[in-house]
Write a protein that binds this ligand. Structure first.
Ligand code: FES
Length: 585
């Protein structure tokens, strides 16, 4: 059968507005009265669509990361129906298709290993399908950045809709935030302060509605940054997944996608350098997830924009943290929605923002937020009365991290921000788990827990192992925080004085790989310094003896990943995926 696939595929297809209208891509598939046009039209008619349903109309893809293995995205099939309503009502034709879906709970060894794989999937589906625009349906941590990375590289008109945050958890009258409180109570269980029965009974009380984790973890953070960048409609980050207004939001996004396609407004016109700077400002003001530093850098890389780690740190010094949400504060996403949402937070920090950036509403960011109001000052503080006078995340450098490391200062202990301690070293995650609770472990609360080989190559995939558990015997003394450091990431819901993303990572020969038990390590957050206090002669001797850890993969996607993944300060994208090849250019 001479389908399009059996013919040589043109390197690029015309994009929206390349011929003065927004329908050129879909019309190439469905408009011709030849064999190809016959086959393409009959493919839709085979699904029960009459010709007038799609003929001459903008075709809007719905890239759906629904999956029962991604519980945060498990309701996206229902949400897609609301997107379709909006597309149809606005005179478009919806074409829903699945993407890879990445869930934090079920995917081994880590969802991060597959973020770039999902981004490739999204890009190639957008590139290959007969669509004039696309609605990106995401939710859980990696699905939002992967969608935006793929959309940035394909550069077809796009708008993102997440499944929204869950409602607040509630256990015996205590409000619970996923998964900050599951970690907090796990620490209490290990310390012997609550019973196993009590801990188990929280399981059905903490995740009780559709949506993603409802603290300011990675999913909430990425949704918020998407709103700051202008790639989602106002309210996109905070309307709860169980709220009828989430369905209405999805419907409005579907309708708006039709207009974006007709007008030919591409992600490259929205995700500009100024828009990324707005996103960084918001990340710092909301005490957002450390993972966002990596994801934002990777998305920007697809758009051809560099976001050096120092830019995050420079902006951090002049951006107060004003949002009082867990894990850095007290409240949850539902409270943020009632308090005015991300639009109100953007309004509060508007003197720090570039307000002329374009958004998917067709208006500028400044126009979007001009009527935003704060309804609860305890949740969204003013810049004059912040939670923290600087931004949530700082960048560190020094002899232990020549290319940088990060720390979430708003989730750290003030008493540990300047600290020198003796290294207690674990060679990898397995070693950590085998020895951390060993009664014979030589450790004191003043020591620095160090884990190696958990980076983009060494993990592999840079798992969220960075919040190293405190040794049981330290917990039993009543201590709840120590300085911990690694080349891993940390869940956006986690907390503690935790140095992350140490680069270069241990597995490729970074100084972290040379640290030994008993070495002194100095952390100075105000000076942004992280140093290994070992003289250079000794380090040279160790470097000569250092052996690269055995490779994790000899074939398949894993091998592609470890051979091409970039380090954390470059966003952990695969080196050959950086940049864009816009459809139609
Ligand atoms: Fe999906 Fe937390 S597990 S956002």
């Amino acid at each position: 059968m001479p389908t399009r696939q059996t013919r040589a595929r043109p390197a690029q297809r015309p994009g929206p507005n390349q011929r003065g209208n927004g329908l050129s891509r879909s019309q190439e598939w469905f408009g011709g009265h030849d064999l190809e046009g016959f086959l393409h039209r009959s493919g839709l008619k085979a699904q029960g669509w009459p010709e007038e349903a799609f003929s001459g109309k903008p075709v809007i893809g719905i890239a759906n990361s629904w999956s029962e293995a991604t519980h945060c995205n498990a309701h996206l099939r229902e949400l897609a129906q609301h997107v379709k309503r909006g597309i149809l009502a606005a005179g478009g034709f919806p074409l829903e298709f699945p993407t890879i879906s990445l869930g934090e709970f079920f995917l081994q060894p880590t969802s991060m290993l597959c973020r770039n794989l999902m981004a490739m999937d999204v890009e190639e589906m957008i590139r290959g399908l007969p669509i004039d625009g696309v609605v990106l349906l995401s939710g859980c941590d990696k699905t939002t950045p992967a969608m935006l990375m793929g959309a940035a590289s394909a550069d077809v008109p796009a708008i993102l809709v997440t499944g929204g945050p869950q409602l607040k958890g509630n256990w015996r009258g205590v409000e619970l935030g996923s998964c900050t409180d599951c970690r907090r109570f796990w620490i209490e269980l290990r310390a012997g302060r609550i019973t196993q029965e009590e801990y188990d009974s929280m399981e059905s009380a903490i995740y009780r509605s559709p949506g993603h984790c409802m603290v300011m973890g990675t999913a909430s953070t990425m949704a918020a940054l998407t709103e700051a960048m202008g790639m989602t409609l106002p309210g996109g980050a905070d309307i709860p997944g169980a709220d009828a207004r989430r369905s209405a939001h999805a419907q409005q996004a579907g309708a708006r996608a039709v207009q974006l396609a007709i007008e030919g407004i591409r992600p490259s016109q929205i995700m500009t350098a100024e828009a990324f700077e707005n996103a960084i400002r918001l990340l710092l003001a909301i005490g957002g997830s450390t993972n966002a530093v990596i994801h934002l850098t990777a998305i920007a890389g697809r758009a051809g924009i560099k976001l050096p780690l120092d830019l995050f740190d420079d902006l951090s010094r002049t951006t107060p943290m004003i949002l009082n949400l867990k894990p850095s504060g007290e409240f949850l996403m539902e409270d943020l929605y009632y308090a005015g949402g991300i639009q109100a937070v953007l309004g509060r920090i508007s003197p720090l923002l570039e307000l002329d950036t374009r958004t998917v509403t067709g208006k500028t960011l400044g126009q979007n937020i001009q009527d935003a109001r704060v309804h609860n000052d305890a949740v969204i503080r003013t810049m004059e009365n912040p939670i923290y006078r600087e931004g949530g995340i700082v960048a560190l450098r020094g002899s232990l991290a020549p290319d940088g490391a990060i720390l979430k200062q708003t989730a750290a202990s003030p008493s540990l921000m300047t600290h020198t301690g003796r290294a207690v070293v674990f060679e990898n995650y397995k070693d950590l788990h085998e020895r951390i609770d060993s009664p014979g472990l030589d450790v004191t609360p003043e020591d620095v827990l160090v884990m190696k080989n958990a980076g983009p190559v060494g993990g592999p995939g840079m798992p969220e192992w960075g919040m190293l558990p405190l040794p049981k015997k330290i917990l039993q003394k009543g201590v709840r925080d120590m300085v911990r450091l690694s080349d891993a990431r940390m869940s956006g819901t986690a907390f503690g004085t935790v140095v992350l993303h140490v680069a270069p990572e241990a597995a490729i020969g970074g100084p972290l790989g040379l640290v030994r038990n008993g070495d002194m390590i100095s952390l100075d957050v105000p000076a942004r310094k992280l140093d290994l206090l070992v003289d250079e002669r000794e380090l040279s001797r160790r470097r000569a003896q250092w052996k690269k850890p055995a490779a994790h993969y000899d074939r398949g996607y894993g091998r592609l990943h470890v051979e091409h993944v970039m380090q954390a300060p470059d966003g952990c994208d695969l080196d050959f995926l950086v940049g864009k090849t816009p459809v139609g250019h």
